[in-house]
Structures are given as structure tokens and as C-alpha cells.
Design a protein around this ligand. Structure first.
Ligand code: HEC
Ligand code: HEC
Ligand code: HEC
Length: 126
């Protein structure tokens, strides 16, 4: 294959990867108490991505997220009201809740829980 042809294959593969629903990565949290029942894909919450950007207490104290996977019972209306994820995903601190697919990106059938272990891993765990 010519370099150009190889490049094209890469670009197509990349485009497909971004278009397809993602599988959760290690230490991602899947939130699927309601989503799939209501016809949406499961939510994938990249915990690590957020942990390196915010202090734990922002979410686990100020925003009221309990530190146990699956224990937080909140819904889409809460998010639209600016609670939980919606405290930041409001078009101000982070992109707004109208970008459904950014959160509802899981493969159907993923159960609520942490991917790849019973705890969220990574350095900086206390
Ligand atoms: C910032 C992340 C985020 C975005 C963006 C988002 N959602 Fe959600 N959504 C959630 C979470 C978290 C839940 C609760 C997950 C669960 O337990 O299944 C949820 C739940 C839902 C549910 C289940 C029923 C309910 O009322 O909770 C529906 C339906 C839904 N979302 C639709 C949408 C639609 C439509 C959009 C785009 C207009 C959207 N969501 C955008 C995070 C998001
Ligand atoms: C942006 C918000 C956010 C930040 C920042 C954040 N977390 Fe979380 N954390 C969550 C959410 C959401 C869950 C999943 C809750 C659920 O499934 O109901 C979670 C779950 C957890 C869990 C439960 C894991 C398990 O095995 O049950 C632990 C422990 C945890 N977080 C620790 C931390 C620590 C330590 C930090 C800081 C280094 C941190 N979190 C920062 C939102 C956050
Ligand atoms: C404390 C603020 C905060 C909270 C709470 C929060 N997020 Fe985010 N989130 C952010 C910021 C900031 C970004 C990066 C936005 C950007 O890149 O423009 C982000 C990015 C994301 C991304 C994209 C990650 C990537 O790889 O680009 C997803 C998915 C996401 N958030 C889902 C959620 C869900 C689901 C919740 C609730 C369970 C949530 N977030 C709660 C601040 C927050």
C-alpha cells in the first residue's frame, strides 16, 4: 500500500471509532439505572478524566455524589436543573446537556458499575 492509501485507511478507521458507541475503559463508571429502560444508551462517566481536573470534594461533598458506584439515584431532569452532572455540564463550565451522545455513549447492555475492577483505580487514590 502506498503511504497515501495507508493514511486514508487510518483516517477511515479513526472516523469509525469516533462515530461508534464507545466501550467503557478501565475505571470508567457506567450509569444505567434508567437510561436503557428509557431508550437511551447507558451513560459512561469517565471518572479519571474528572478526577484529574477537580478536587474530590467538589463532587463528593458539594454536589452530593456518594462515593459508591450505583448508589446515586438521579435523573435527566436533575441534570437539566443544574444538579449532579448538570452543575458543570451547563454550557458554562463544560458543554451543555443537549449533547446527548457525549454522555449516553455506552454499548447497550452495560450494567451500572465500574469497568475493570471494583474500585476506581489510578495514582492519587487516597
Ligand atoms: C452530562 C451527561 C449527560 C448528557 C449530556 C445527557 N444525559 Fe441523559 N442522563 C445522564 C445520566 C447520568 C442519567 C442517569 C443515568 C442512569 O441511571 O441511567 C441520564 C438519564 C437519562 C434518561 C433516563 C430517564 C431519566 O429521566 O433519567 C433519558 C431518557 C435521558 N437521559 C435522555 C437524554 C437526552 C435526550 C439527552 C440530550 C438532549 C441527554 N440525556 C443528555 C447524563 C446525561
Ligand atoms: C466530577 C465529579 C467527580 C469527581 C471530581 C470525583 N468523583 Fe468520584 N465519583 C463520581 C461519580 C459520579 C461516581 C459514581 C457514582 C455512582 O455510580 O452512583 C464516583 C464514584 C467514586 C467512588 C466509588 C468507587 C466504587 O468502587 O464504588 C470512589 C471511591 C470515588 N468516586 C473517589 C473519588 C476520589 C478519591 C476523587 C478525587 C481524587 C473523586 N472521586 C473525584 C464523581 C466524581
Ligand atoms: C465538577 C464539574 C463536572 C461534573 C460534576 C461533571 N463533569 Fe463531565 N466534564 C467536566 C469538564 C470540565 C469536562 C471537559 C469539558 C471539555 O473538554 O470541554 C467534562 C467532560 C466530560 C466528558 C467527556 C470526556 C472526554 O473524554 O472528553 C464526559 C463523557 C462527561 N464529562 C460526563 C459527565 C457525567 C456523566 C457527569 C455526571 C455523572 C459529569 N460529567 C459530571 C466537568 C464536570
Amino acid at each position: 500500500m502506498s503511504l497515501r492509501a495507508q493514511l486514508r485507511v487510518c483516517l477511515i478507521a479513526l472516523a469509525m471509532m469516533t462515530a461508534l458507541p464507545v466501550a467503557a475503559e478501565y475505571a470508567d463508571v457506567v450509569l444505567n439505572r434508567r437510561s436503557e429502560k428509557e431508550g437511551m444508551r447507558p451513560v459512561i462517566f469517565p471518572h479519571w478524566f474528572h478526577r484529574i481536573r477537580f478536587r474530590c470534594k467538589v463532587c463528593h461533598h458539594e454536589l452530593g455524589f456518594k462515593m459508591r458506584v450505583g448508589s446515586n439515584d438521579f435523573n435527566m431532569a436533575d441534570i437539566s436543573d443544574g444538579k449532579f452532572c448538570g452543575a458543570c455540564h451547563n454550557g458554562d463550565i463544560a458543554w451543555a446537556p443537549d449533547r446527548c451522545d457525549m454522555c449516553h455513549s455506552g454499548i447497550r447492555g452495560l450494567p451500572t458499575g465500574i469497568v475493570g475492577g471494583h474500585e476506581t483505580g489510578g495514582p492519587g487514590r487516597f
